[in-house]
Design a protein around this ligand. Structure first.
Ligand code: AMP
Ligand code: ZN
Ligand code: FE
Ligand code: FE
Length: 279
């Protein structure tokens, strides 16, 4: 069983449609793939249909933007009930904040002589239900300002750069509670990745485990072998389920392929058992 529990489609900042994402998962030899777009469930139906057609099990998921001790922390919600009103209103508020920060990011770029409009960003975002910096990056590429998303982040959009504006997001503890209330399973995405590494120390992870967190995404491209060893040990101590995933973004994330990191089948079974809908 090859299980990849964190990927993105064009419903957020991935470059492939949900159906194409699932086809790519099949081509990569995956048995299970989670579609986990940022702050939206908009890709679920198309992905589910493709999964049925192609014989790939599609896990409905969402990567929720949250804040913890002033830092951006991403929470993976697996199998939450999409019809849960609390969940949907939380996601809608985050998407609203994402949209409203775009003009301020454009102002930051304009102060440096780069003039893009909201329309340019919308064009780059295409069908996305959730607007993000990668779409500004794509607009910068289309305008010939940079050659890649990576360069756009390094020069213009990364933290501390002229086009960066942080987005409002709910506290991590609230997001975990909402996911559970919606019957979902809560896994901390790339805990020691960019952004969250500074704030998520072992004591924090212990407190989150006590608050009901279900799992830790240990095998992720942002974690080096030493991080993985340490996170695995912490997860073992705290009784957190270990996951692994590619965090695939299609052509939007260089060097990351589907199935690059995988979740152990036993861990997958344990996650399923904790969800109201799948378990
Ligand atoms: P946002 O959610 O709008 O703040 O944008 C963050 C997203 O941008 C992340 O989820 C990644 O997909 C992407 N990202 C972050 N840093 C980089 C980078 N250095 N190069 C390319 N993409 C990045
Ligand atoms: Zn992303
Ligand atoms: Fe993330
Ligand atoms: Fe992600």
């Amino acid at each position: 069983m090859r299980i990849d529990l964190h990927t993105h489609s064009s419903a957020s900042d991935g470059t492939e449609s949900p159906a194409d994402l699932v086809a790519a998962a099949r081509d990569a030899g995956l048995d299970v793939v989670a579609i986990a777009d940022h702050d939206t469930t908009a890709g679920w139906d198309d992905a589910a249909r493709a999964g049925e057609r192609l014989g790939v099990e599609v896990v409905p998921a969402v990567e929720i933007s949250t804040t913890y001790r002033g830092a951006d922390v991403h929470l993976l919600a697996l199998w939450p009930d999409r019809d849960d009103p609390e969940l949907q209103s939380m996601l809608a508020a985050i998407r609203d904040g994402r949209e409203h920060r775009v003009p301020r990011m454009l102002d930051g770029l304009a102060r440096h002589g780069i003039h893009l409009t909201m329309q340019d960003v919308q064009r780059a975002a295409g069908p996305a239900a959730s607007l993000g910096r990668p779409h500004l990056a794509d607009a910068l590429i289309a305008a010939g300002v940079v050659g890649s998303r990576e360069e756009a982040f390094a020069r213009w959009l990364g933290e501390g750069r002229p086009g960066h504006v942080s987005k409002p997001a709910p506290p991590l503890a609230r997001a975990i509670a909402v996911v559970h209330e919606a019957g979902g399973v809560a896994v901390l995405a790339h805990p020691w990745g960019r952004g969250s590494r500074k704030v998520l120390e072992e004591a924090d992870l212990a407190a989150l485990a006590a608050a009901g967190l279900d799992g830790l995404e240990v095998d992720h491209v942002d974690h080096d072998p030493d991080d993985r060893t340490r996170l695995r040990r912490i997860a073992g101590t705290l009784g957190l389920i270990v996951t692994g995933a590619s965090d695939y973004h299609g052509a939007g994330k260089a060097g990351v392929g589907l199935g690059m990191n995988l979740t152990d089948p036993a861990a997958y079974t344990a996650l399923r058992a904790r969800s109201r809908l799948a378990g």
